[in-house]
Design a protein around this ligand. Sequence first.
Ligand SMILES: Cc1cc2nc3c(=O)[nH]c(=O)nc-3n(C[C@H](O)[C@H](O)[C@H](O)COP(=O)(O)OP(=O)(O)OC[C@H]3O[C@@H](n4cnc5c(N)ncnc54)[C@H](O)[C@@H]3O)c2cc1C
Length: 497
Amino acid sequence: MANASKAHIVIVGAGLGGLSAALRLAARGYSVEIVEKNARPGGKLNIVEKDGFRFDAGPTFFSMSYELRELFADAGIDMPVRLDPLDPLYRVHIRGRERPITMWRDPEKLAAEFPEEPDFARKLERYLDKAASVFEDTIDRIVKRNFDSLAEYFLAMASVPPKHLPLLVRSMWGQARRHFETETAASIMTLISFFLGSTPFTTPGVYTLLNHVEFRHDGYWRVEGGMYRLVEALVEELRRRGVEIALGREVVALERVNGRAVAAIDDKGERRRADAVLVNADAAGFRGEILGRKKYAPEKLDKMTWTMGAFSIYLGVEGKLDELLAHNYFLGDDFRDYAETIFTRSDAPENPYYYVNVPSRIAEGYAPPGTTALMILAPVAHLKYKPDWSDRGRFADRIVADLDRRMNLDLKNRILSRTIFDPEDWRRAFRLHRGSSLGLAHEMRRVGAFRPPNRDEEVSNVFYVGGSTAPGAGLPMVVISSKLAVERVEEWYASVS
Ligand SMILES: Cc1cc2nc3c(=O)[nH]c(=O)nc-3n(C[C@H](O)[C@H](O)[C@H](O)COP(=O)(O)OP(=O)(O)OC[C@H]3O[C@@H](n4cnc5c(N)ncnc54)[C@H](O)[C@@H]3O)c2cc1C
């Protein structure tokens, strides 16, 4: 073991999970080294830069901002970035509905957006009361903790008040329909399931707790100056603390001796000595591909349920776009049909649903003067169902034409820059199984102790961090995962020192 520091930890991957864990570990006296396959740190929390434009590649806002504040407080430093709350949260355009729906946090203002739903404010209150109670009864008991065994997990689950049990079997859609009469209100309240890479028909009702998070609890936030400022701030702080980040190096093997990892080997043959290894790469894929675990072999992975693929378009266009807010959703008029078929389609959907982010509306530095930067994101089937994306150009044209038609724009003739990422690009960039955007689905049999655990089953000094292990995907969950993973490293260190 290293002398000056507690132990030398090699982290595989510089996504938010790897970077957050590195900060916590460095603050606890470990020497830390990060190996990242890409030329730029951040993982999916990244940017695309082209033709003078800048875009957030993936995440554009997040919830539970206090988890981020806790991360920096844990490392003993002030928040290095400023966070701005989103209000309104976003705007939803539904095909065929005359007015878009602006999602306000204020229930009275929100109710005015749903004239077709009688007594909306009262129904919302009841719906959110239930969501709040699920949140309060599970967040510390189930979400923000490590489990050492299935028995311990079941015991914790048994301590959750039984009144929530129906939400384990009822879908999010079912729960929303018990409260709201119209499909419109139910569709919009359950839109959040798409943030989990899933649909409201397959997502368990317990996840309505996310509605509490967005409307009542802490809302949504963005990082002032752009989401990537967070990565830059983390990297700056890590370098200040002597953490080395090797970029453009992919870990292809772990050297093991007597059931312990002793080094990480990269694709250029370089060997990095390690007292312990913390893996930010996909926790299932890494076990299968790098550690050769049969349980996670590619054909086994294919039998598991994965979140949908992402199709993203980054457009730089001439002129301003006052017609759009910073965060906008465009839905069709066949919510159930779309949601039920999107996972398994082998073609690109004719009438896609999509999200449009216009960062240059609220932050400087995204677009040159007199122009606008847009990111369009459409959920699509992952590569198991649609492996061939040779039609990507046509699909992107179709989405832009739809946006032009619905908002009476002329983007098609104003494009100065266009970049497309289809699920194959996402797969290649971040080693995602079948290009699944958020990893394994968050169904009940794949969360808590059933998610690939953050402590390796066989190699005693290998741990996992990030959205692919507990508790799950999304920026706040990833930050929580870094806390849980560091707890594991500390337990290990206590046992060997
Ligand atoms: C399109 C899209 C939009 C999203 N929008 C939001 C949003 O608005 N809000 C939100 O909260 N969340 C959002 N998310 C989810 C969020 O981006 C992720 O949950 C989070 O960024 C995952 O972080 P991570 O550290 O777990 O993994 P990653 O970001 O995937 O980082 C893992 C890192 O490990 C590296 N790596 C993998 N294998 C190796 C190897 N063998 N050797 C070296 N390096 C390796 C990868 O290159 C990568 O940099 C979005 C995701 C996508 C795809």
